[in-house]
Design a protein around this ligand. Sequence first.
Ligand SMILES: Cc1ncc(COP(=O)(O)O)c(C=O)c1O
Length: 398
Amino acid sequence: MKNINEHQKTDCTKYVSGRATLIAPSGIRKFFDLLSGMEGVISLGVGEPDYTTPWHIRESAIHSIEKGMTMYTSNSGMPELRQALAGFLANKYNLKYDSHSEILITVGVSEALDLAMRAILNPGDEVIMADPHYVAYDASVMLAEGVPVLVPTYESNNFEITAADIEKKITKRTKAILLGYPSNPTGAVLEKKQLEQIAEVARRHKLLVISDEIYSRLVYGVEHTCFATLPGMKEQTLFLSGFSKAYAMTGWRVGYAAGNKEIIGAMTKIHQYTIMSAPTMAQVAALEALKSGEKDIEEMVADYDRRRKFIVKGLREIGLPCFEPRGAFYAFPSIKSTGMTSGEFSEKLLMEEKVAVVHGTAFGPSGEGYVRCCYATSMSDLEEALVRMRRFLEKHRK
Ligand SMILES: Cc1ncc(COP(=O)(O)O)c(C=O)c1O
């Protein structure tokens, strides 16, 4: 007779859906599982601020718990937070959203992306996006049974997606263009003129633009243009943003979507059945973050800018050409001169010098030949990482 452990050996892959099989595990997570348990690693890997959330934001959440605010909020999110966001968007961008029907609070931009794709895509619908791109972009499209259509972008063109290249990819099945600027992983920013050209294509082909502006506050020497502010684009844009990056709040899991009420309504239905509401104490903290204005952000941005200049200069000095990132907190140097693939480079660098960077191909095929270095880490770690990388390059330079 079989014992219970043998019964447990059933091959469970047969239970896994085609949809879940189709997507690969996140290239970033897979790599970071490798380094967990290794001592003395300097990580330029995971894309999150090294700051702790400012104290007054943490304290507001603690107070909310003390006051017993431990229930669900409205499915769409706390009315006060939605109203504050409507006020913020009106003040900052002159965009008027109805806080009742046109703003949805989500569990990070991650959930907003997933909801957006499930709300708009029928099987086989296409979404155009830049390559390289944030890891969840193609996955969220595929999970909604859509088809990601990649537009390669190149260092020679500052990793900027162009309206002309987007237009070439439009077919009868194209439903949306997904933009993520400032870009993870390249740090590229699109200027107003380029965005206007993309808006013109979107209007002409009646395409929805999903604009992930999570890094909008982290720009250096350029002004961020909010896509929905472009002429005629408010109705045709789904604006996504959140608190993770600008306020150093990755672990709180709060983001939001603002857009046309039909789309927000469809997203809210899915959110109602899957999430109910974003965590209450985290929404309280997000409200406090919004109320606190720009001071916290300005200090962090000034600091990131110092580190950005330092790492770009340092990478160039050790012989890795590096495109100048103008947003987010990533440098994306070329490692082509080593003759290694980006996967080989990042794995060897981790094993031999204990520096973790992410292979460019984690962000799509056009990331080959590059690695992503997150510089939201201390200056001393950046300095030491560069020393180790120089040693590594001296050893491996062809
Ligand atoms: C471009 C981009 N969009 C969305 C996200 C997800 O952010 P959140 O923490 O709000 O889910 C990230 C996180 O790294 C990101 O880089």
